[in-house]
Design a protein around this ligand. Structure first.
Ligand SMILES: Nc1ncnc2c1ncn2[C@@H]1O[C@H](COP(=O)(O)OP(=O)(O)O)[C@@H](O)[C@H]1O
Ligand SMILES: [Mg+2]
Length: 232
């Protein structure tokens, strides 16, 4: 299945604000983040699996990681974006893949990854939706199957990006961060307090996560939209 796109360098499809135009300021910013992270990777050794999290909901994690995945693909890195937020699977919703088989089905039902992965229009970019919502997501993320899946995917992709739930609210992000080569902590200048950042940092340190760095986002989330976050 191909997800429709508005134009070549546009990421998301249904006309919402998660869209980045080529030559836009956003494109410049993401290219610069891409370069910085590649530089950090070179220093840190091989960093293929990258978890993205932040303290709270609605801080821009899914927005950031989607744009980052797109930039990475534009740099011709074979990129896989995985939705790992069982509480608010934003990217699966955006791509209208919420009801499709995905991560949970690969882990629980043992369907093949190849059956669930969705190639996007840029041949360097693929997406693994969240899949059927399980009663206990944490158990799936702690399973040997999850570790084995990441190991297998590292052979197939250059970069694997994991869109996590907020780390200060759910244990999941810590589990994923612990299994990832690196973690990016997103900080929202308008909603993440210093205390929040300290807490996120200490939660990541407790599991020995390799913090690659922080990304600052300054978009305040619209309160009306926030009310639609049922899962949190
Ligand atoms: N820098 C930004 N520019 C434009 N829109 C943004 C930006 N950051 C976040 N958003 C928008 O804010 C909303 C919340 O962001 P989202 O990525 O879903 O948050 P999270 O994944 O942290 O819960 C989304 O509608 C997203 O598109
Ligand atoms: Mg999100």
């Amino acid at each position: 299945m191909l997800i429709q796109r508005k134009e070549k360098n546009t990421i998301i499809t249904d006309g919402n604000e998660m869209t980045m135009q080529k030559n836009s300021v956003a494109y410049e910013k993401f290219s610069s983040i891409q370069t910085n992270i590649q530089f950090m990777e070179r220093k840190a050794g091989s960093v293929q699996t990258i978890a993205v999290t932040s303290a709270n909901k609605g801080e821009g994690k899914s927005f950031f990681i989607t744009n980052y995945a797109n930039t990475s693909a534009l740099y011709k890195q074979k990129t896989l974006l995985i939705d790992v937020d069982f509480y608010n699977p934003k990217i699966s919703k955006q791509y209208k893949t919420k009801l499709m088989p995905g991560l949970s089905n690969v882990l629980v039902d043992m369907i093949a990854f190849e059956e669930a992965v969705i190639p996007l229009e840029n041949k360097y970019l693929s997406f693994l939706p969240i899949g059927t919502l399980p009663p206990n997501p944490l158990e799936l993320l702690r399973s040997d199957e999850f570790k084995a899946l990441l190991t297998k995917l590292k052979e197939e992709f250059d970069v694997i990006l994991l869109d996590c739930p907020p780390i200060n609210l759910f244990t999941d992000a810590r589990v994923v961060a612990a299994e990832s080569d690196g973690t990016i902590l997103l900080i929202n200048s308008q909603t993440t307090s210093e205390e929040d950042v300290r807490k996120s940092k200490s939660l990541l340190d407790q599991v020995d996560a390799n913090i690659l760095g922080a990304v600052l986002n300054n978009k305040r989330y619209n309160q009306k939209q926030m009310a639609s976050y049922n899962y949190y």
